[in-house]
Design a protein around this ligand. Structure first.
Ligand SMILES: Nc1ncnc2c1ncn2[C@@H]1O[C@H](COP(=O)(O)OP(=O)(O)O)[C@@H](O)[C@H]1O
Ligand SMILES: [Mg+2]
Length: 166
């Protein structure tokens, strides 16, 4: 049984706090698994908050500048030693072959966090997710579900929950 946990965020500030804590769990994982990278899919409708959440995670890793939506560029990269973060948005991907041309495999390395919006458009060309984050409109805010897809995802969610009660 893979872990699933749900949250409700009334506003963006609550989502920002969540992003900061999740970033800590990602960093804990990297510190304990030097040979591993992480692949996170962000699912949900346009305007649900996938880019907003990613922006908050990238900033929690220490990035000071803008975090642009990669809608037109497909990927934006952030080098934040010892980590690299790649934010993909495959919404406008016409053909998964394009990913081959951009050397997609080279993005998935140890100590590298890959966050993908519209990952399903790159099906067959990108690794499976360790965690799927599903964001949905709910009342006046957003529901967010963390879904572990494997042992790595389980480890991160367990760490996240442990930090909540610590
Ligand atoms: N609770 C919330 N969490 C995240 N975003 C919110 C929330 N409430 C309102 N918003 C707004 O919703 C929009 C989300 O846009 P964006 O992150 O670009 O969505 P997506 O990348 O999923 O298309 C932003 O304008 C943001 O200000
Ligand atoms: Mg977006």
């Amino acid at each position: 049984m893979m872990t699933k946990i749900q949250f409700y965020f009334e506003n963006e500030t609550q989502m920002l706090e969540f992003a900061s804590k999740l970033a800590v769990s990602f960093q804990d994982f990297f510190a304990n698994h030097r040979d591993k990278g992480l692949v996170i899919y962000l699912n949900g409708e346009l305007g649900a908050g996938k880019t907003t959440l990613t922006r908050n995670i990238v900033q929690a890793f220490g990035h000071k500048g803008n975090v642009k939506s990669p809608t037109y560029t497909l990927v934006e990269e952030y080098h934040l030693p010892p980590y690299s973060l790649y934010h993909f948005d495959l919404y406008r991907l016409a053909d998964p072959e394009e990913l081959e041309f951009m050397g997609i495999r080279d993005y998935f390395r140890p100590q590298t966090l890959c966050l993908l919006e519209w990952a399903m458009r790159g099906q067959g060309m990108i690794p499976n997710a360790d965690i799927i984050i599903q964001i949905d409109y709910a009342q006046t805010g957003r529901n967010l579900e963390l879904q572990a897809q494997n042992e790595i995802g389980q480890t991160i969610i367990a760490n996240f929950l442990a930090n909540q009660t610590a």
